[in-house]
Design a protein around this ligand. Sequence first.
Ligand code: 3UK
Length: 512
Amino acid sequence: PHLRYPERINCAAELLDRAVNEHDWGERMAIYSAAGNFSYRQLLESANRIARVLVEDMGLIPGNRVLLRSANNPMLAACWFAVIKAGGIVVTTMPLLRAKELTDVIVKARISHALCDARLAEELEIARGACPTLTSLSYYNGDAGVPGLDRLEPRMAAKPASFDNIDTARDDICLIAFTSGTTGKPKGTMHFHRDVMAICDCFPRSTLKLEGDDIVCGTPPLAFTFGLGGMLLFPLRLGGSAVLVERLTPDLLLRTVQDSKVTVLFTAPTFYRMMAGQVGQFDTSSLRKCVSAGEALPVATRKLWQEATGICIIDGIGATEMLHIFISHTEDDVRPGATGRPIPGYRACILDNEGNPLPAGSVGRLAVKGPTGCRYLDDPRQEAYVSDGWNLTGDAYLMDADGYFFYQSRTDDMIVSAGYNIGGPEVEDCLLAHPAVAECGVVGVPDAERGQVVKAFVALKAGYNPDAAMAKALQEHVKNHLAPYKYPRLIEFRSAMPRTETGKLQRFRLRD
Ligand code: 3UK
C-alpha cells in the first residue's frame, strides 16, 4: 500500500474536508443514527463549528489534550474530527468509566478540555474536582436535567460552518488511546496523524476490500481503536456510511442490519456466537462481510456463523498499541485455526524469550513491525514492548511453514502443566464445539503436583444441567478431540463469563 504521506498533514482534514471538497461526497450519508442522519457535508460543518468553539470559546491551543466521553453517536464523531482539525489531541474514553477511572486518565494525559454527552455528565463532574488541569468542559445532547452545564449546541449554532484547519505535521500526535487494562493499569498509547491515515489505507483496502457503497455497523465503542477504525474512519476514507447505535444487544444489532441494510459488521467473537442462534428471525441478506477482533475467533464460532449466514468471518488481530489490525484472514484465504498472515504493510515473526527468531512450527512471542507501532505515554513498559522497531504484543503465537500465524494465548496466560504448554483458547475452542456449551473460559490454577492444572469455567445453554455427568461428558469431549493432557481436570459451572466492555474474556478474574 501507498503509505507515504506529505510532511504536513492533518488527518481530520484529510478524511473529512477531502471527502467533501475533492471527492464530492458532500451529499452522501456519512452516519445514520437514532439521533438523526449526517451527510458528509453535515458532519464536516458540525466538526468545523465545534472546532471554532474549542478554539474561540474554550481557548484550545494546538497540542492540548481533549477528553471525549460518549456512547457511539454522530456528535462524538463530529467532536473527534473537531479536536484534530483544531490541532488538539483526542482522548476518547469508554462510556462506562467511573469518576476514579476518568480521573486517572485525565491526570495521566494532562487533559485540559472535555466534550461530553450530557447523559454521562455525572461521573465527569465528580472527577473534575480532582483534576486541576481540566479547565474547560462543554456538554452535548441536551442537559440531562443537570443544572449549570455549559452546552455545546447553542455555541455551535453561533459559529459559521467553515474552519481553517490547523496545519500539523504527519508526525504530530493526534490521538492518545488508552488500553482496556485487562492486566494492570490502563496505558495511554500515542498515535500520529500518519498512523491514522495508515490504518485507513491498510486493512480496509487490501484485506476487507471495503467500498463506497458499504454500510458498516457493529458493537465496539469509538473509544476502542477497533471501533474507531471500523465504525468511523474506514467507511469515511472510502466514501461509505456508518450506522452508530448506542447500547447494542445481539437482537438490536440484527434488527439494525435488517432495517439499515448493513453490509459490513464489526464485532467480537462472543457477539457472533450470541447472534448466530437468532439470525434466522431477521432479513440479513444485505450483509457481505463480517469482521471479528478483540480475541481469538473459535473455529466453532466461525462455523456457526457461516452455517447461519453463509458468510466467512474475517478474523484479525489488532492492538491499541498498533492502533488497528495487523494480521488477518481474507475471505478467500482461510486456514482453519489460524488468525491469518500479516496484512500488506506489516511483517511478523516469532521470537524466543531472548529475542531470537524461532523456526516455523515453534511457539514463541509474536513480534510485529509496520507503519504503526507502540508509543506509550510516559510508561516504563515502552522498552519491553518495542525493540528495534519490533513490537511485542504479549501474545504467544506459532507460525507454520506457509507463513500463517496461529494464536496460542496471551504470553502470561499460557498454562504450564506437568511440563506441557497449554493455550487456554485452544481448549475453549474445543469446548465451544460441544452442543451444551454457551460460553467458557479456560485458565491454569496452581497444583502441588503438576505446577498448574487446566480448569474450565463453563456456562451451559438453556436446557442443560450443570452436574457431574455433564462435567464428565465435557472432559471426554476434550480428550477425544485434543491431546489428552490438555483436558480440563477441573470444571466449574457459571451462568456467564466476566468480560470487558470490549467483549474480552477476563481470565485474571477467573483465576482469582
Ligand atoms: C488480543 C486477539 C487473538 C491479543 C484491537 C482490533 O483488541 C484490540 O486491542 P486491545 O489493545 O487488545 C490487544 C490484544 O487482544 N486480540 C485481539 N484480536 C485478536 N487475539 N485473535 C484476535 N483476532 O491478545 C492482542 O494483543 O484491546 C483489535 C483492532 C484494534 C484493537 N485495538
